[in-house]
Structures are given as C-alpha cells and as structure tokens.
Design a protein around this ligand. Structure first.
Ligand SMILES: [Zn+2]
Length: 476
C-alpha cells in the first residue's frame, strides 16, 4: 500500500495530524535564517528609486555570471571573460553582461540538463525539481534550500505589504489530495494546526458539496486566502449565487497561485470575498518573480532577477513579446536569458500605484480548459498528471462530453506498460473511476493557431475568454 492509500484510511484526526506535521516540515524548509535575511534585505529596498534597484541587480548579476563562467559546464564551454560591475552606470553594466550570453532556448536545456548543474554546489545541498513545462512534459532541474527561501522572501514581502503575517490563519486551495475521494460528507477540508491553515479539497467541489464550503468560509478562522484561482472562483460563484458573500474585513487579501488568473476570476472572487486579489508570476525554475499591486499590474521583483522582453509589438505606452529571464535565486541550476515560454506586456509608464521599477500590464502563461467529470466536478491543472513522466514527450487531454476523455501521448523511449499504468493512476486519483479514459499514442500534437500548446481541450470545460465572453457555453 502506498502512502496516499494509507492516509486515505486514517481517521480524520490522524489525517489532520499528518497535515500538521507536513505543515511544520514545510515551514522549517521555507522559513530559514536565509529567508529572514533575504526578506530583511529586500524590505530595506522598498521605495528605493530605479537606479538603486539596478545597482543591486548588477551586483547579483556579476556574481551569477562569474559563477556560471567558472562552475557551470554549459557556460564554461563558452570561454567567457571575467565580469566586473560597471559602477558608473548600473543599467548599462547589466546590458553589457547579458549581451555576453546567447539566448537560452528550452531545447538546449532539454538536450543536456546536467550540463547546467553548478559544480560549486555540493551534491548534498541540491534538491531535485522540475521545469514548468508548457509542452506537457517536465525536465529535471536542481535548486537549493536557499533558492526556496529567496522565492518565499519575495512572496512574503508581497503578503506583508497587505498586513498578513506568517502563521496567520488562512485557507488554502491547492492540489493536494487531503480528503479521500470516496468521502461523501463534509468536512471536505483538513486543518494544519501548526500553520493555522485550513486545506480545502479541490476534488469534492460538486454542486451538492459547495454549500458546506460556503458555510466554512463564514465560520472557520481566516486572515487570507491562497491557491488555485479556478477553484477559489468556483467557490466565489457559489457564495454569490447563494447570496452569501463575506463581510468586508474578514479576509485581508487573496493570493492566487499556479494558474493563470483570468479577468472573470478576479471580478467574482473580489466580490465574494470582499477583498483584493494580489496576483503573482513565478516559475519552478526560480528564474523570475513578479508581484501584483493594487492597480492589478505585475511589478518585477528586480531583486530576484532580470526580465527582458523580446519585442514583437510596441507602442509609445508598452512593449510586448517573449520573456527572457535571468534568475539570481537558483544557484544550483543557473538560467541566464532563458526563454521561459511566456509572453508579457511591459509598460513604458510608471505604475499609478506609485511603486518604482519595471511593471508589466500582463503576462500570458497558459490558459487551459478544465476536465468535467460525470458527477459535475471541474478539475483544472490536469497537466500535473504528466509531471513525473519523463518517458512522455508531450501529452494532451481531449474531452467532448463529461462521460469520457481521450489522452494523447507522444511517447519517448521507455514509455512502457508500467509508465502507462502510472499515468492512469494519476488520472483516476483526480477524476475518479466513473469517467471513461482512452489513452492513445500519437506522433505529435498540433499547436493552436496562436502557436500555443494546450494541455487540455474540453468542449464542456472551456473557460470564458479574457473579456468574460464565453465562446461555446463556458461554465453554464
Ligand atoms: Zn503598481
């Protein structure tokens, strides 16, 4: 029996003990002395003018570029000169260093991920992660506890701006399977007592069960809400439909993660929770961070890395194109000028909120459909099913109606019966046993007319477009 199966059989009190223990462990890994130090350093930079941010960026970029040149095989092979800080003009100094590096394409990384490993980080400090893939398959990458701490410093600077503190009571809508799928009665959530966190199951949000969630929003202790916007939105809709929005002040702020926040999400969620959403853009490569402001724009966390825009469209007000990111936090796998696969629009004007530094009007990550199950649940982020599978080059889920899905798989060498069974297990865990699942091996998966890959294409689980207008049915 695996760990998930054992967990599912435990009484709720013991499941909560397991959640609390996991919460304590997460806390220990994330909120280290390095986290405290980084948070203090970047909070000290609040309000510093752009030139000060550039000077800080340049210092870190010089360190990164020299480490890459000396200790990372991929970059060492380029035979680069030693880099030094141009103290007179930091912005120019940054440009000069970046220009010494070619743009890093995903394909280059895919061909030899190990050649990006920094040799000055001892193996025992390395942790293994995965790239954020828009291709349906993920590549390995490595990071350290310090990378994680720096990411969390940026996250918590944003939260602290809204008056939220560590271990304040909060609601989490994440992908964890914390409530067994077979459970038919509330509570569809578990408490992490250590972190003062209530974890809500995303896999039980049916029409019959949503009233219990709505009730919990009104009664359980909370200061802020975090998690997948698609699920928070589903609940927000239920709260509004039931005429039960929260009173202003109960929730201080909402912090979406992992999915693209759509315009219709924002509107409904802010109305139902009577609180503002502060969005964030980050990737599992620890290569870029942006945080939302009261105007709904995304400010580059310039202390965390450099973001370039490869301009394909430009006006007097903004420039739009593919993002090239250089992160300072990932010391184990440095990504320099990495084409992350997302497109963004950078403003040429200062943000009305008054915060200095670079600001984006939008970043398009992936926008994807949901899978709808026969019992009416809407399940997002199905691409996670393929996250562990290196034997799969690409995969796509197609759905015409709620009774079945078709899974297209472009196999790599080593995709065998066991790998197929593992995919099936992941799918069943999220969707249950009722839905029909057909796996089909294919040579390739066509792109959309805009060139984007869609991990899930569902006729019944289609999101309304950004304007809020549904193409064919939307949420119904
Ligand atoms: Zn702003």
């Amino acid at each position: 029996m695996n760990r998930d199966a054992i967990y599912a059989r435990l009484p709720i009190a013991l499941q909560e003990l397991a959640c609390s223990w996991a919460g304590w462990r997460r806390y220990r890994v994330r909120f280290t002395p390095h986290f405290e130090k980084t948070l203090a350093a970047i909070e000290a930079l609040e309000g510093v003018p752009l030139s000060g941010l550039h000077a800080y960026q340049l210092r870190r970029l010089v360190t990164l570029a020299n480490r890459a040149r000396l200790h990372v095989p991929h970059y060492r092979a380029m035979d680069l000169p030693a880099f030094a800080a141009n103290a007179e003009d930091p912005a120019k100094g940054i440009r000069e260093i970046l220009d010494a590096f070619p743009i890093l394409e995903k394909q280059t990384y895919r061909d030899a991920p190990e050649s990006f490993l920094a040799e000055d980080i001892p193996a025992e400090r390395r942790r293994k992660g995965k790239t954020s893939g828009t291709t349906g398959s993920a590549l390995p990458l490595w990071y350290t506890q310090e990378s994680l701490a720096e990411e969390y410093a940026v996250v918590w600077r944003l939260r602290r701006r809204q008056g939220v503190r560590l271990r304040d009571p909060h609601f989490t809508f994440g992908g964890q399977m914390i409530v067994p799928l077979a459970q038919a009665k509330p509570p569809f959530w578990r408490t992490n007592h250590y972190g003062h966190q209530t974890l809500f199951s995303l896999y039980h949000m049916t029409k019959e069960n949503l009233p219990a969630y709505v009730e919990a929003m009104h009664t359980l202790p909370v200061t802020y809400v975090e998690g997948y916007p698609s699920s928070i939105h589903l609940l927000a809709r239920a709260m509004l439909d039931a005429g039960r929005p929260l009173e202003a002040g109960r929730v201080k702020a909402i912090f979406p993660s992992s999915e693209s926040l759509l315009a219709f999400h924002r509107r409904d969620i802010e109305e139902a929770f009577a609180a503002k959403i502060y969005d964030r853009y980050g990737t599992s490569e620890f290569a870029v961070a942006m945080t939302g402001c009261s105007e709904g724009n995304l400010h580059v966390d310039m202390e965390f890395g450099v973001v370039e825009v490869e301009a394909t469209e430009e006006t007097d007000d903004w420039v739009r194109g593919a993002l090239l990111v250089t992160g300072f936090a990932n010391d184990a796998t440095p990504f320099i000028r990495y084409r992350i696969g997302d497109v963004g629009t950078r403003s040429k004007r200062p943000c009305p909120c008054g915060r200095p530094g670079e600001v984006f009007l939008d970043v398009d990550g992936r926008i994807e459909d949901y899978v709808v199950t026969p019992d009416g649940r809407w399940i997002g982020r199905m691409d996670h099913v393929f996250k562990e599978q290196r034997e799969i080059a690409e995969a796509q889920i197609l759905q015409d109606d709620a009774s079945a899905i078709e899974v297209l798989i472009v196999p790599r060498g080593g995709f065998d019966v066991a790998a197929e069974a593992a995919v099936m297990r992941e799918i069943r865990m999220r969707l249950g046993d009722e839905i029909r699942v057909d796996l089909r091996r294919v040579e390739g998966i066509p792109r959309e007319s805009n060139g984007k890959f869609r991990a899930v294409k569902s006729r019944v689980g289609r999101q309304p477009t950004q304007s809020g207008v549904s193409e064919d049915g939307g949420e119904g």
